[in-house]
Write a protein that binds this ligand. Structure first.
Ligand code: T46
Length: 135
């Protein structure tokens, strides 16, 4: 089986009032967090992503609902289901990612190692394949 994403299990600090999960930069998150964004209200049937990053690393977690993350390093492919607010994945550099099958209530939280930089994106799959295979 491919292992394109590292998995992080967060401790759920729940009590009688409800649940609480902590993510700390340079600790349970394996980099200094420079940016946080979240994706929600994704229309049914819509897929997102379809790119890779040269330098960006991200931790991604479905804090509500469910979606599928399709990962590809140019040699192997893997599908990871995100459906647990206590379980995140770390996506390294040069991994093609697509997000599919969002549930209506899905909220995806993304912690990023870099500020937003469009020039870090590889949005064309053929270009990604050439770069990742060193051609
Ligand atoms: C990723 C997946 C999981 C910004 O201006 N700043 C930002 O920090 C981000 C993330 C996006 N944008 C702009 C760029 C586009 O005009 O917001 C628009 C939507 O972004 P994009 O089409 O890249 O969204 P997704 O959901 O396809 O991809 C995003 C992240 O860009 C990407 O790094 O891994 O979520």
């Amino acid at each position: 089986m491919a292992n394109l994403a590292r998995h992080i299990d967060f401790k759920e600090l729940g009590d009688a009032r409800g649940n609480l999960v902590v993510m700390e930069g340079d600790d349970s998150i394996p980099f200094h967090i420079k940016r946080i964004y979240y994706i929600y209200n994704t229309e049914q049937g819509v897929a997102r992503g379809f790119h890779a990053h040269h330098h960006l690393k991200q931790v991604i977690v479905a804090v509500r609902g469910r979606c599928e993350m399709h990962l590809d390093n140019g040699k192997e492919k893997e599908i990871v289901v995100l459906d647990d607010p206590c379980k995140a994945i770390v996506i390294d550099t040069m991994i093609w990612r697509e997000l599919h099958h969002f549930s209506e209530d899905c909220i995806i939280l993304c912690l990023a190692s870099e500020h937003y930089d469009e020039s870090d994106y590889i949005r064309d799959y053929d270009t990604f394949m050439k770069e990742v295979s060193g051609k």
